[in-house]
Design a protein around this ligand. Structure first.
Ligand code: IMP
Ligand code: MG
Length: 176
């Protein structure tokens, strides 16, 4: 960790409790339906792993990688598919899982992209929602927490490609 004071925004305990609630809700909502969870790499790998283990229904799980921020803190607005889904999702209800909806550009792009594979339905679930930064019209169907406009890391989210393994969501306090 960098030599700055860490501010824990969402604790491990709070994350676990909320994921249990959302996992139950998703299980109820998709009962009797064919569910395909699409995890967006790399940011959602930890969230997805915890979330699917709180689901009590059968679920198929796949992955897709889109271009991300890299070291920068703001979206380029230009999303690329680095690794596409390779399952046939026709007839499946797809639930896209990501770490955060920030500008919303990535999620909107992925939702549009998946339409051409003709799934039964497409919804999304995110750990974090940062509505103040939204640039496109998108509202997550399921979200665990809403956060203010601060850059965060931990629990899958990176800063300069590090800190994904930190088990809570944090930012650094500004020291003037
Ligand atoms: P969006 O396209 O601007 O909604 O954001 C897409 C991606 O940017 C997310 O999936 C994250 O990987 C990354 N991102 C956005 N905000 C943050 C943050 O506060 N910390 C770390 N990554 C972020
Ligand atoms: Mg991401």
């Amino acid at each position: 960790m960098e030599d700055k004071k860490v501010n824990i925004l969402i604790s491990e305990d709070d994350i676990a409790k909320r994921i249990t609630e959302i996992g139950n809700k998703i299980s109820n909502d998709y009962k009797g339906k064919k569910l395909y969870v699409l995890s967006l790499l790399r940011g959602s790998f930890i969230f997805t792993a915890d979330l699917v283990r709180k689901m009590s229904i059968d679920v198929k799980i796949g992955f897709m990688t889109t271009s991300s921020y890299g070291d920068k803190e703001s979206s380029s607005g230009n999303v690329k598919v680095l690794s596409d889904i390779y399952d046939d999702i026709r007839g499946y209800n797809v639930l896209i899982v990501d770490d955060i909806v920030d500008t919303g550009i990535t999620m909107k792009f992925v939702m549009e992209h998946l339409k051409k594979y003709n799934p039964e339905s497409i919804k999304c679930c995110v750990l974090l929602d940062k509505p103040e930064r939204r640039k496109v019209d998108i509202e997550p169907d399921y979200k665990c927490f809403t956060i203010p406009d601060v850059f965060v890391a931990g629990y899958g989210l990176n800063y300069g490609d590090y800190y994904r393994n930190i088990p809570y969501v944090f930012n650094w306090e500004k020291i003037d």
